[in-house]
Design a protein around this ligand. Sequence first.
Ligand SMILES: *[C@@H]1O[C@H](CO)[C@@H](O)[C@H](O)[C@H]1NC(C)=O
Ligand SMILES: *[C@@H]1O[C@H](CO)[C@@H](O)[C@H](O)[C@H]1NC(C)=O
Ligand SMILES: *[C@@H]1O[C@H](CO)[C@@H](O)[C@H](O)[C@H]1NC(C)=O
Ligand SMILES: *[C@@H]1O[C@H](CO)[C@@H](O)[C@H](O)[C@H]1NC(C)=O
Ligand SMILES: *[C@@H]1O[C@H](CO)[C@@H](O)[C@H](O)[C@H]1NC(C)=O
Ligand SMILES: *[C@@H]1O[C@H](CO)[C@@H](O)[C@H](O)[C@H]1NC(C)=O
Length: 629
Amino acid sequence: MPTFDRGKRQFFFLLAAIAAGVFIINIALIGGVDLPKLDSWHHDNGNFEEHAAVNDAHPIASLMKDADAAFNAYEESRSLTFRETVVKYRRRYGRHPPPGFRDWYKFAKDRNVHNIDDFSQIMDDLRPFWGMVPAEIRSLAAHMSENEPRGISGLHIRDKKIWKLTNQNWRVETMATMVEKFVEFLPDMDIAMNRLDQPRVVVPWDDMQKLLTAEQETRRVYPDAAAEWTQNMTGFLNENDTAPVITNPEWYSKPGEQYMLIAKEACPPDSHARNAASKTGSAEALYKEPQGGFVTNFNLSSDLCTIGPEVQGKHGFLFAPSTIVASKRLLPVFGECKVNVNSDILFPANMYYNNDDRYAYDPTYDYDWPDKHDTMIWRGVTSGGTNTADNWKNMHRQRLVLISNGTVMANKEVQILSEDPAKQGTYQGFEHFIPGQFALNHTDVGFTEAFACVPNCNFYDGVWTYKNMTTLSQQFESKFVVDVDGHSFSGRWHAFLESKSLGIKSTIFREWHDSRLFAWRHFVPLDNRYDEIYSILTYFIGIGKQGAKNQPYVPRHDFEGRKLARQGREWAKKVLRSEDTEIYMFRLLIEYARIIDDNRDRIGYSGDGSELDKYDATHPFSPANGGHA
Ligand SMILES: *[C@@H]1O[C@H](CO)[C@@H](O)[C@H](O)[C@H]1NC(C)=O
Ligand SMILES: *[C@@H]1O[C@H](CO)[C@@H](O)[C@H](O)[C@H]1NC(C)=O
Ligand SMILES: *[C@@H]1O[C@H](CO)[C@@H](O)[C@H](O)[C@H]1NC(C)=O
Ligand SMILES: *[C@@H]1O[C@H](CO)[C@@H](O)[C@H](O)[C@H]1NC(C)=O
Ligand SMILES: *[C@@H]1O[C@H](CO)[C@@H](O)[C@H](O)[C@H]1NC(C)=O
Ligand SMILES: *[C@@H]1O[C@H](CO)[C@@H](O)[C@H](O)[C@H]1NC(C)=O
């Protein structure tokens, strides 16, 4: 069983009050209303959906429409057979699929994979390694875990079994339980896994361009490729190995260094991050809608080369990271999350696989939408970096708690969008909105505990009122669950998506699942500065009275909130299951196995896919389930 050592607990802490027996068995309120109702109200809403779309010119309406279009295109592009899958693979990546691809395909399909093509994150993560010699990758992967303080664990596969784990902890143990499911299909390999919270590898821009060029130049589809791994290669972890071993990952340690100083080296020379003179406004235009400041491109909203200078003083990891052990050298390090400039190889976070009560979805308090409160909730501790009296206002969680505090906001003005009194259904900026009372009515955001302070947390006295702990499930009594980073990514996110509440998401981190989650269809994206948080909340909850002078008015969009929450929930149940993490990991490991294979240019699946025709006929994909309208 994985253990969860105290030292790592700081990692996006959520306080579950299980031990204390605080769970209340709430039979009267939830008795059997979970799944069966979904279909009926889903059906009822058909007409209203169209009606709402026609009348409302709020920017969020068109963002949702765009998201639906992108989502439908995604659904329609899915390969439905092995033949199609391999053709698409070769067209996209200019190579044959790796050996083991057929086994992976069947594994994935037997587990009802929804989109067999959507694994480009893996390809992107591994691309630069085509510029590195396979034996060198193997050596690094074999030996990086030997030096305990460097924060790498090792998982070693031999003869289709997990041979051993090195520098063991709960994280690599969890990874091993996942890999067990398909290890029989894998060749020998060593995997180096990051066991720190923060990502590790930042390759300078010019070096990265050389690596990527090498990848480009080696793309070939050889007619005579064999779908077999090379046997008996040297360089794996083995006490008798005589091959030269490359052991220096060139780690350097920079605790407390502002991360943009490290990160910007990986950005293009003409990027905003490296070119202080370039305009903030033009960077923002790339990912923010001008009227309400809503995020139009969630991917770019966390691109540090684009927006790093604006958010570096607003996020704990960027402003006051607690542990940084990094390298400028490309290293085969598997990590649970990274920022866009990192070259760590993403894999599905152990926390999503671990069934930890603090992060796993639990329906106990996940009432139907109309029975939830009109509130946005958040609970957590002051993690995200090292807290000091001087820096805490630069940390993201602290900023969230401040901006949601009705007392703090009682004398602050923010801009929201308000309906134009002269033209119903159109909106304009309302610049002097004082959100104090609205926040008191509709937010429930606070810390449960101060944490990670130097020299101690006394500087928080009088700043916060610590709130009672809640279980994850108790948070689903609120319609809106906002999710922000901790020390690294937030492990609550899958459960938030799976709930009937609506997830509002802000992060600077990338994860394995990003390309399958559509902002404004499955969740509401929030800029890392939180500028538009009241525009978002007043849109869904509504505020004011139509026609009132000098007061903002936003009609309530409860239906839209409910619809996004429902779409997120249905989708999470399709693409964020434990099976989906296994499928991702299996695919990742066959792609990785090819990268470390001495004959990687020459091996691969070169068939036309016809040998699975029969299998495909008896295992059809579920029909595309694009628009519900
Ligand atoms: C690999 O090594 C094993 C045992 O040392 C040997 O039996 C086998 O023939 C070798 N395979 C290849 C492809 O060289
Ligand atoms: C290393 O070599 C020794 C002596 O030949 C042998 O006993 C041992 O099994 C070998 N270890 C491995 C991992 O191959
Ligand atoms: C806050 O709630 C009170 C009591 O329900 C209500 O009268 C008031 O209009 C609300 N104000 C805002 C801004 O939501
Ligand atoms: C909100 O701010 C007020 C004033 O600074 C403070 O007294 C209160 O404890 C804060 N509330 C929370 C939940 O932190
Ligand atoms: C918080 O917990 C304490 C102790 O269990 C309880 O007395 C108090 O009523 C709780 N407060 C809230 C707001 O639920
Ligand atoms: C995010 O943007 C980068 C660079 O623009 C691109 O390479 C990547 O594929 C995008 N990722 C997703 C999930 O859209």
